[in-house]
Design a protein around this ligand. Structure first.
Ligand SMILES: C[S@@+](CC[C@H](N)C(=O)[O-])C[C@H]1O[C@@H](n2cnc3c(N)ncnc32)[C@H](O)[C@@H]1O
Length: 177
């Protein structure tokens, strides 16, 4: 089972939020890396698409439950046209021009689960480049600007003693009335 060779476990926040995701859901893991969240949702029975510029890094590349797409999300057009998913998950990745595509890729009632580093993280380690650090409240403002209903939002230091500064958003596209 893919679980046995995970380099790192899924983020606890994503594990918690994923618990309510139905097995029939479709999921897009953006900048999926080794695929820890793609595998988490596949283990729940979901139909998962994992996209990264480095598909070789995806342990899930040979996992028949996961559709692997190799694409450059920054130097090329959004690779999915108007395709939509019930869940879009992004962790430890930020490329601001992509944010609009992520909101548009949510099906009606679809959920965005986003967690990454924010300003202040440079005190503890990488990333330190402001291009890769969210500003305070940035994901909240993004949700509001895209008419997403905020289910949960948090930001601040994590760890005791602190070892990173992170922001987390769980938001839903409002179903069409
Ligand atoms: C820090 S890793 C996070 C991986 C995964 N989301 C996780 O949390 O385990 C960042 C990922 O972004 C991917 N990435 C960076 N630039 C990219 C680009 N231009 N297009 C697609 N993926 C990119 C990298 O290949 C890497 O897998």
């Amino acid at each position: 089972m893919a679980h046995n060779h995970r380099a790192s476990p899924p983020e606890p926040t994503i594990v918690r939020w994923s618990a309510a995701t139905p097995a029939a859901a479709t999921v897009l893991d953006v900048a999926a890396g080794h695929g820890r969240h793609a595998e988490l949702f596949a283990d729940r029975g979901c139909a998962v698409t994992a996209v990264d510029r480095d598909a070789a890094a995806l342990r899930s590349a040979n996992d028949p439950r996961i559709e692997v797409i190799e694409a450059d999300l920054e130097g090329a057009p959004w690779p999915f046209g108007d395709r939509r998913w019930d869940v879009v998950v992004v962790t430890n990745y930020l490329w601001r021009p992509l944010l609009g595509h992520l909101a548009a890729a949510l099906s009606d009632d679809g959920a965005l689960m986003y967690e990454t580093f924010m300003v202040g993280n440079e005190r503890y380690g990488r990333p330190r480049d402001p291009d890769f650090l969210l500003c305070p409240g940035e994901l909240l403002a993004f949700a509001e600007a895209n008419d997403l209903e905020v289910v949960a939002f948090s930001e601040g230091e994590v760890g005791d003693p602190p070892r990173a500064v992170r922001q987390r958003l769980h938001a839903r596209r409002r179903p069409v009335a």
